[in-house]
Design a protein around this ligand. Sequence first.
Ligand SMILES: O=P(O)(O)OC[C@H](O)CO
Length: 418
Amino acid sequence: MSRATALERAARHARRALLTIVGIQVILAISLTLVDSYRRRNKKPKPFPITAPIEVPVGDGTITTYTYGQDLYDDMLAAIDSAERQILFETYIWKDDEIGQRFKQALVRAARRGVAVHVIYDGFANLVVPPSFKRFPAAIKVLRYPVYNAGLRFFDLRHYGRDHRKILVVDDAVGFVGGYNIGSAYATEWRDTHCRITGPGVWDLQRTFADFWNLHRKRRFRANERPLLLETASEWEPRMRFHRNIPTLWSFPIRSMYLEAINRATSRVWMTHAYFIPDANFVDTLREAARRGVDVRILLPRKSNHIVADWISRGYFAQMLDAGIRIFRFRDAMVHAKTATIDGSWSTIGTANVDRLSMQGNYEINVEIIDPAQAQVMETIFETDLSNCAELTMDEWESRDVYRRFTEAILGPLRPLL
Ligand SMILES: O=P(O)(O)OC[C@H](O)CO
């Protein structure tokens, strides 16, 4: 057999093997998802421990931290109802259910009384929402971030990120940011974290909304549509920084924010995450912290709403446990928070998951707060969550059965995609 024929045959075998593996991955992922959604049917949501909203002064303003959706939504709706001048509202998911309708009606009421209402929502995340819900009175300026935004630049990855942010700013006076989407299930069934900000920090949050709006408004509105927020702030809050991932500018500072903070940690790194699929360097940074004696704890849902993400997330468990990182898994409810607190002084609350989609793909926003009182709040919340967690031990992890190991091995290669 000639060398060229042998090479061709080897390439054919390699292609077939690759297709077989991808096929098995797809079938496995679909089967897991179907079985999981079948099992969830008719399952009653279970209660979980929560903390009441906690307000602390930070600089010349305040931060209030929420861990229960109903508390948060009540305050967001009250802020919208009291708006006099301007509302900036941005969400990834916006369900057409009771809570979703309440937000829509509150925004419509505000627009009718003369408030300038600007709304941004992600087109892809809300594909399943009925079109009638997505029709707004002309007085509300709506920027639907399109499902497909790359035009003819098919291979330009900068245009494939989703708008994953969740922001509300009212009258330059109060701002909200964090993990909560808008929907009834999130009000009572999911454990998430969001914060309310007053004081000079609000301006920076407003700025983040305006930057997104100005970046994308041209294709959605007439050319003469005035950009938002051209003025600059007269003062700023050094204890709070708003980090934004902006894929179209290929700018992803949130990952760097985490790595820098973890690298500086001396006593503890406590992270709470919904979907935890870090890249290898991120894992190494956590392991190095644990090895130098830092108390590194990762709190995750025992079962998230995306079972495939759960399986893929487990790929690094052995390495992390081996380095002394402690993994806690929240029972009976979905933890959707994206937060961390370090050394009693540093905290972050945001929209970015620790996975590729958030760290290097989507539009995201995280507020970084350097303040001991806020860190104390985050630690209290973490400890409350721990009371509803089971710790995963190395013995337990090592004793998992062969089927689980097989599933992990098959799904593991998908990790860089999520
Ligand atoms: O993308 P997130 O983090 O807002 O989570 C959304 C839920 O997973 C929707 O299924």
